[in-house]
Design a protein. Structure first.
Length: 432
């Protein structure tokens, strides 16, 4: 089967069908005209595939039809028309229509395969076929419900197709591998631009979304454990002005929010869990940036603190708080500034060791003069701490250091922490 040069109106498809089948070419033209409105325009793609796939008759009429292209284009037509009949059942789990994306993918696939036809009259451009398949696959991914963050990035990259088409037209006739060069440039250019754009947004503080949590503490509660987890937010915990109420304020991306859970056990111990969560698996480009979490704890209320921050700086201004202990502080990427309180007379001696882990930054501890503080640091994973050697003594215990107040044993209130700061420096200063 071939596309004829004689008796053609557009691409020679109907004239070729007229010679290869018992049906007249004009009847084939009428069939195509009827199919186009009936299939919502999908028949246009069918015609394009016949045009691209079937070989064209040569001027000396030596061109003969080939079996495989004819079978391929007929099979494609059957699938497309059959899919149109059952299109109502071709829906994704999200309810999106799958028929058109499937047709686009099949069209791109047939076009790509046709580009590997090495016949002397074939128009070969495999790179263009790959680009068409990639673009059609993007629409298929959207119909299948791929997370919005991924689709946002892919849609922003679609203009690279125009870059590729322009460069391929310019370079294809000038270089043997002009198509590959155009594809490489088209991929590299938006990648560089996207990297620069994302880098500029990573440190930007967003204020598109504000979530405020106000949690009253029950009168029966005798102590509070605050358990806070943050993603890409700088965290500050400080003493508030309202008795018996915890106030937490999140400011950041619309795709992030702050969830809270509150409970009191049988021993009247209260626990407040605050979690910064991301609504989707992947953030969109406009949601890239930093947030802030500000937590105000009630004064004169015994508190344990657990804090886990994935990426952000931490400020714990606890100097006026009735702190029992920082049970754990984990900062994966960021620095921490911790102001320990001058414990009041009602606070017990905090002898239990807490954990202070600051993986990707520095840790600065501000310790009041009336507090006996001791820190334990692994010598292999930590550098030598910075401190006032008039008030503190660094003991070498072989595999670890103990940094403690020289008058540690005589002070009535004591606190102890195991510290790990592998990428930064531990600094201990006196809180005036």
């Amino acid at each position: 089967m071939t596309r004829l040069l004689e008796n053609r109106i557009l691409g020679g498809v109907c004239s070729g069908l007229g010679r290869s089948t018992p049906i007249n070419a004009w009847i084939w033209r009428f069939i195509w005209l009827v199919l186009m409105p009936l299939t919502g325009g999908t028949a246009i793609l069918l015609y394009a595939m016949w045009w691209w796939t079937l070989p064209e008759q040569s001027f000396n009429d030596m061109e003969v039809g080939r079996f495989l292209p004819s079978i391929a284009v007929i099979g494609y037509s059957v699938i497309v028309l059959g899919g149109w009949v059952v299109r109502d059942s071709l829906v994704s789990e999200t309810g999106a229509d799958l028929y058109l994306p499937i047709v686009l993918v099949l069209t791109a696939l047939v076009f790509l395969l046709q580009q590997f036809d090495r016949h002397q009259y074939a128009r070969n451009n495999p790179v263009l076929g790959v680009v068409m398949l990639a673009v059609s696959s993007i629409f298929m991914m959207n119909a299948l419900g791929v997370p919005f963050g991924i689709m946002d990035i892919l849609y922003r990259g679609l203009p690279t197709v125009l870059i590729f088409l322009g460069l391929s037209l310019i370079l294809r006739e000038r270089f043997p591998i002009g198509g590959l060069v155009a594809l490489a440039v088209s991929i590299a250019l938006p990648f560089v631009i996207a990297t620069v754009a994302i880098s500029s947004r990573v440190g930007q503080v967003l204020d598109d979304n504000v979530v405020v949590v106000e949690q009253p503490l029950a009168d029966s509660a005798t102590q509070l454990t605050l358990d806070l987890s943050a993603l890409n937010s700088d965290v500050e915990i400080r003493t508030g002005s309202e008795d018996g109420v915890v106030i937490a304020k999140f400011t950041g991306s619309t795709e992030h929010t702050l969830k809270s859970e509150f409970a009191i056990d049988d021993a009247n111990f209260a626990i407040l869990v605050l979690d910064e969560i991301q609504e989707g698996a992947f953030a969109s480009f406009t949601a890239i940036g930093r947030g802030t979490i500000d937590v105000q704890l009630p004064p004169d209320f015994p508190v344990f603190i657990k804090l886990d921050v994935a990426d952000g700086d931490v400020t714990l201004n606890l100097r006026d708080l009735d702190l029992l202990s920082i049970e754990s502080l984990n900062v994966n990427n960021g620095s921490a500034l911790v102001s320990l309180p001058a414990y009041n007379a009602l606070s017990p001696s905090a002898q239990d060791s807490g954990l202070l882990n600051v993986i990707g930054g520095n840790l600065t501890l501000l310790v009041p003069e009336n507090l006996g503080a001791e820190l334990f640091l692994n010598q292999v994973t930590n550098s030598r701490p910075v401190f006032n050697d008039l008030l503190y003594l660094l003991e070498d215990r072989g595999s670890e250091w103990r940094l403690g107040r020289r008058d540690f044993d005589t002070l009535p209130i004591k606190t102890s922490y195991i510290v790990s700061v592998p990428s930064g420096t531990v600094t201990v200063e006196v809180l005036e």
